[in-house]
Write a protein that binds this ligand. Structure first.
Ligand code: CU
Length: 194
């Protein structure tokens, strides 16, 4: 190759890099399907493995009316979850999953914190109220969404690339699907629960 061709090639490559948006990102939109509509909400749709992205360092799990709120909380591993108590009664929070933790009993307006050390599902329970249950889904990256009542979801600001999209659901399963995220615009997927 002549030197001039090499130079031209290098110049072209530099021009292409310069023309690319600094933060090219697409999105993933879609919905779950299921035999019964009652299963469509509160599923977590997430990319199994992706480049690290910006994620909040903290998240909150409330307890109000003897219910954990939200029912399912997806976070990135390493996130510190602040557990609140907005009831007049004391609550306990413990998880038999992952490295296991027990935050003891705490009362109204107190906050207990726990930093999630591993990826995976942490079931949250309260020793004082057996009906209380919620889930923290500790993930590798911040590209996740919780499905709405109709099963729809949207994951924004995803770096372009090919990924595997997986679903966590309290009672149902879904086969992971491949998805190609464009540099801009949305990839659309439909995932069946079974
Ligand atoms: Cu409780």
């Amino acid at each position: 190759m002549h030197l001039t061709q090499q130079l031209l090639g290098a110049t072209l490559a530099a021009a292409i890099v310069a023309a690319s948006p600094a933060l090219a990102a697409g999105s993933i939109s879609g919905k779950l399907t299921a035999k019964s509509a009652k299963f469509l909400k509160n599923a977590v749709v997430y990319i199994e493995k992706a480049p690290a992205g910006a994620a909040p360092k903290t998240a909150q799990m409330d307890q109000k009316g003897q219910v954990f709120i939200p029912f399912v909380l997806p976070v990135v591993k390493g996130t510190t979850v602040e557990f609140l108590n907005n009831d007049d009664t004391g609550h306990n929070v413990f998880s038999p999953d992952g490295e296991k933790f027990d935050l003891g009993v705490f009362t109204k307006d107190q906050v207990r914190k726990y930093t999630l050390k591993t990826e995976g599902v942490y079931t949250l329970l309260c020793k004082m109220h057996p009906s209380m249950i919620a889930y923290i889904i500790s993930l590798q990256n911040p590209f996740f969404a919780v499905t709405k009542d109709d099963g729809s979801f949207s994951i924004a600001e995803v770096p372009p690339g090919e990924y595997t999209l997986a679903v966590w659901h309290e009672r149902k399963h879904a086969d992971p699907v491949k998805v190609t995220v464009p540099a801009s615009g949305a990839a659309n997927v439909e995932i069946g629960l079974h």
